[in-house]
Design a protein around this ligand. Structure first.
Ligand SMILES: [Mg+2]
Ligand SMILES: [Zn+2]
Length: 203
């Protein structure tokens, strides 16, 4: 069974978009907009506006990111064991340098962005709207690829986690699944996920 991982807050210990906006952008806009996801605005719209509050040079942000971002323990071992696919609602430009720093190779599906002194511009992968949530979500990105186990933590993982054959959840995703009464396996670090995949049969 394929293993699919979210990036921010799942592989990384903190959400790197949140960190970058906190450091270089406007966190007030971030907090106002986060409350509107799924109401007035789609997730992509919110991320696009938030990234637009960053005006710093690209290299400054990447240098800071590489010094600051920490990954959840067990990531390299999990990649060695399962060759997972990373599907992110974030951006290749912010993910690939961190993978390079770690010396890890993995396939990444993510959006792209361009630094601009008047506000960074996001370009989102074109996908059909999901029949379940109505947004071009990760479920659509994985459709037709066969069974998969999914590891996530947040809003962008909600819809896709309901389509997974096995779900590992923490933080907001775990609370959301609890509220729905949907089963999942909790994890602390990524060693937990690797050990669970090795020792327990899928449900
Ligand atoms: Mg996340
Ligand atoms: Zn969906």
């Amino acid at each position: 069974m394929r293993l699919v991982l979210d990036w921010d807050g799942t592989i990384t210990e903190r959400d790197t978009l949140h960190m970058a906006i906190e450091r270089f952008g406007d966190l007030e806009i971030f907090h106002v907009l986060e409350r509107q996801i799924g109401r007035e605005l789609t997730l992509n719209e919110v991320i696009g506006v938030e990234m637009g509050t960053i005006r710093a040079p690209f290299d400054d942000v990447i240098e800071w990111l590489l010094e600051t971002v920490t990954l959840r323990p067990g990531f390299a071992e999990l990649v060695d064991a399962h060759d997972p696919l990373i599907v992110s609602a974030g951006f290749r430009e912010l993910i690939l340098p961190v993978l390079r720093r770690e010396g890890v190779r993995a396939d990444v599906i993510a959006n792209s962005l361009e630094a601009d002194p008047s506000g960074w511009r996001s370009t989102f992968l074109e996908r059909e709207a999901c029949p379940v949530c109505g947004e071009p979500c990760k479920r659509v990105a994985l459709a037709g690829g066969g069974p998969f186990a999914y590891v996530g933590d947040g809003v962008s993982d909600r819809c896709v986690s309901l389509a997974a054959d096995r779900v590992f959840a923490r933080d907001g995703l775990a609370r959301w699944l609890d509220e729905r009464g949907t089963r999942y396996e909790p994890y602390g670090d990524l060693h937990d996920v690797r050990l669970a995949l090795a020792t327990r049969p899928s449900a």
